[in-house]
Ligand binder design. Structure first.
Ligand SMILES: C[S@@+](CC[C@H](N)C(=O)[O-])C[C@H]1O[C@@H](n2cnc3c(N)ncnc32)[C@H](O)[C@@H]1O
Length: 199
C-alpha cells in the first residue's frame, strides 16, 4: 500500500500550464508499481541518486524518497516548486519521508547551470524520470552527458513507443491505477513506463 498520508497529500486536483510545458500529475500507484518491479530486477539502483526532471508538486520525489532512494526534483514553475517543497516538508513531519534525501530545486533540467546551483553533477544520477514533458531534450542530454548505464524512465499515456538516439530501449510496463477512487481525476487511469539505458 502507498502510505495514505502520501495519497492524501497529493489528492487535490491541480492542472497547470507552465512556461516549459504542462503540469499533469503522475499516478502514484502506477509509478510505485513500476518502481517495485524495477527495483526487484535491479534496474533501479537504490544506492544511486534519482532525479524527477520536471517534478511538478513533488509527488514522485516523495515516493522515491519514501522507498529509500535519495531523490532530487527540478521544476521550472515557481508556484509548483514552492508547493513541492511544502509537500516534502509536511511529509517529513508526518514521518512518510525519513532520513533519505528529498530535495526540490527551481530551474530548467536541460540547463547545466541548474546542476551547478544544486551542487550535484548530472552524471551522479543513476535514474532519471520524466512524465513526457520536454522528454526529447532530456533524452538528448542523457545521451550526451550522463554516465553509461544511466536509466531513463519515461512515463506516458501514449501507446506509441519513442526511440532516442544514444539510448537503448530495455523494457515497457503497461500498468493500471488501482486507486481510481483516490485519484484526482487528472491522473491517467492507465499508463506506460518505458525504460531506456544509456549505451
Ligand atoms: C507532466 S508534469 C509531471 C510532474 C511530475 N513529474 C509528476 O510526474 O507528477 C511535467 C512538469 O515538468 C515541468 N517541466 C517541463 N519542462 C521543464 C524543464 N525543461 N525544466 C524544468 N521543469 C520542466 C512542467 O512545468 C511540469 O510541471
Amino acid at each position: 500500500m502507498i502510505s495514505e498520508k502520501l495519497l492524501d497529500k497529493f489528492s487535490m486536483g491541480y492542472l497547470k500550464e507552465t512556461d516549459t510545458g504542462i503540469f499533469i500529475p503522475s499516478s502514484l500507484d502506477i509509478i510505485r508499481q513500476a518502481f517495485i518491479h524495477l527495483l526487484s530486477k535491479d534496474i533501479i539502483d537504490l544506492d544511486k541518486p534519482f532525479l524527477d526532471a520536471g517534478c511538478g508538486d513533488g509527488r514522485i520525489v516523495a515516493l522515491a524518497s519514501s522507498m529509500g532512494i535519495a531523490s532530487w526534483g527540478i521544476e521550472s514553475d515557481e508556484e509548483l516548486t514552492a508547493l513541492a517543497k511544502h509537500n516534502l516538508i509536511n511529509l517529513r513531519a508526518l514521518g512518510v519521508i525519513k532520513e533519505t534525501t528529498a530535495m526540490i530545486h527551481r530551474g530548467n533540467f536541460c540547463d547545466n547551470k541548474t546542476y551547478q546551483d544544486m551542487n550535484i553533477e548530472f552524471t551522479d544520477f543513476g535514474t532519471i524520470y520524466n512524465y513526457d514533458n520536454n522528454h526529447e531534450n532530456l533524452a538528448k542530454k542523457i545521451a550526451k552527458d550522463a554516465k553509461p548505464k544511466t536509466i531513463y524512465l519515461l512515463y506516458s499515456g501514449d501507446e506509441v513507443k519513442e526511440d532516442f538516439s544514444g539510448l537503448i530501449f530495455l523494457h515497457e510496463l503497461a500498468l493500471a491505477n488501482r486507486f481510481k477512487d483516490a485519484s484526482i481525476g487528472l491522473e491517467v487511469p492507465q499508463g506506460f513506463v518505458r525504460v531506456y539505458i544509456k549505451g
